[in-house]
Design a protein around this ligand. Structure first.
Ligand code: PLP
Length: 433
């Protein structure tokens, strides 16, 4: 609690609309909104888009980045692999430095490839190595469904029962958030049976940003490998993946990274594993030595670093959209983004405090360092009609059963005025019930 009181005192927020407008004026990042297409309603009025945690908005530049590759393909055909403005053969290398910066890793530890759940499986091929004594996988009880299905299927794949082999890290009764001390208790009791800890770095439902470094240290002390799904973290919070010491991490690029529906995922492999040829992995020609890849006859010669987990030649059109977005992140810098993000979300929280405790509760952690921009708002006695009314009023939020709206004011394209207007409309809707 202290965290927010301290910060709010620092910013001395006020309740007026004029104050929101003043904050926007003073915002050093307020020019970035112009770089994005803001979805509109049928009358052509811009919506208040609070679901960048689900599908980020399209940068206006994406069109020209993708078109460049379409043009090169039209004019050059197969020669585009070498002759395109950005040769396709090494296109992914144009993404690496910026992506490494976004997730706090060394460039050799990061690769953009495949999609999220696929990468999660590939990482488990290397980092989930069950033995008869140590075969369990620990995951948070409220994990994103795809992650849960993925780890369950890995258990089955190795011949284990997917119920008995799954250890759930749960919030305590009547609580919503995970406590690190409960993980310690689980590890004390069953640590020797747990092969892999695989949790969401930022929980998709509550918005809780876990302490990756602490969890990694705990897991390693008990002999477990540790990986994170950072789908809700990448582009949202300072992940510092290298520093965390995690064995691996995966994320997608269509949420906070604004690279478009179904775009490619990212993958982190800590440098201590980068050259470990003893690690089992699934391979393909794209992780083969770049110099001899097209000889097509020799023995497999694996690339060092995270690149050594690639399988296929990647979809350049998707990578072009990722490049367009990462170029924006590179301009702003993740540190500047986090500063604005915390201020924006604290302001949101400040405005939501006008509601009484028995109307709404924010289930996201109060301490800014323990969350990203998302606030998950539990609305008492609400049902999905609330979400519908918000949408009718031009506010795009995300509804989670039974009664939670998730709202993510994204520092690149949401404004203080967006938040002010959203809360005003929420007030109107709730008071008319
Ligand atoms: C969004 C998300 C996914 C989606 O997986 P895809 O393979 O990209 O469809 C999986 N896990 C988490 C934690 C997510 O937030």
């Amino acid at each position: 609690m202290l965290g927010t009181e301290k910060h709010k005192a620092l910013y001395n927020y006020k309740l007026t609309k004029a104050y929101a407008q003043q904050l926007d004026k003073e915002d050093p990042l307020n020019n970035y909104k112009k770089l994005f297409h803001i979805p509109k309603n049928k009358k052509g009025e811009p919506l208040i888009y609070m679901t960048g945690n689900s599908l980020g908005l399209q940068p206006k530049a994406t069109n020209s980045y993708v078109n460049q590759e379409l043009q090169d393909w039209a004019q050059l055909g197969v020669e585009g692999h070498f002759e395109a403005k950005n040769p396709w053969l090494s296109y992914h290398e144009l993404l690496t430095d910026n992506m490494a910066h976004v997730v706090g890793a060394k460039p050799s530890e990061v690769i953009v490839m495949n999609t999220l759940t696929t990468n999660l499986h590939l990482m488990m091929v290397s980092f989930y190595k069950p033995t008869p004594k140590r075969y369990k996988i620990l995951i948070e009880s409220d994990a994103f469904p795809s992650d849960k299905y993925a780890v369950e299927s890995q258990l089955r794949h190795h011949g284990y029962n997917d119920k008995e082999g799954l250890v759930l890290w749960k919030p305590r009764p009547n609580e919503n958030l995970l406590r690190h001390e409960d993980l310690e208790i689980i590890l004390k009791e069953q640590g020797e049976e747990i092969a892999l800890i695989m949790v969401g770095g930022v929980n998709y439902y509550t918005g809780q940003f876990l302490n990756l470094k602490h969890i990694t240290a705990l897991g390693h002390a008990h002999g477990c490998t540790v990986g994170f799904d950072c789908a809700h973290g990448a582009g949202n919070v300072p992940l510092n993946l290298h520093e965390s010491g995690a064995d691996f991490a995966v994320w997608c690029t269509y949420k906070y990274l604004n690279a478009g529906p179904g775009s490619l995922g990212g993958c982190f492999v800590h440098e201590r594993h980068g050259n470990n040829k003893a690690l089992n992995r699934f391979t393909g020609w794209w992780s083969h030595n770049k110099k001899t890849r097209f000889n097509m006859r020799g023995e497999y010669d694996q690339l060092p670093g995270a690149e050594g987990w690639q399988l296929s030649n990647p979809p350049i059109l998707s990578m072009a959209a990722i490049k367009a977005s990462l170029d924006i992140f590179n301009q702003v810098g993740i540190d500047q983004l986090v500063i604005k993000s915390r201020k924006l979300t604290l302001y949101f929280e400040f405005l939501l405090e006008q509601f009484t405790n028995d109307t709404i509760q924010i289930i996201t952690p109060k301490i800014p360092e323990e969350r990203g921009c998302q606030l998950s708002i539990q609305v008492n006695d609400a049902n999905k009609s609330l979400h519908k009314k918000l949408t009718q009023n031009g506010i795009i939020t995300d509804w989670r059963e039974p009664n939670v709206i998730r709202c993510a004011p994204v520092p690149l394209y949401n404004t203080y005025l967006d938040i002010f207007n959203m809360v005003e409309i929420l007030k109107k809707i709730l008071s008319s019930n």
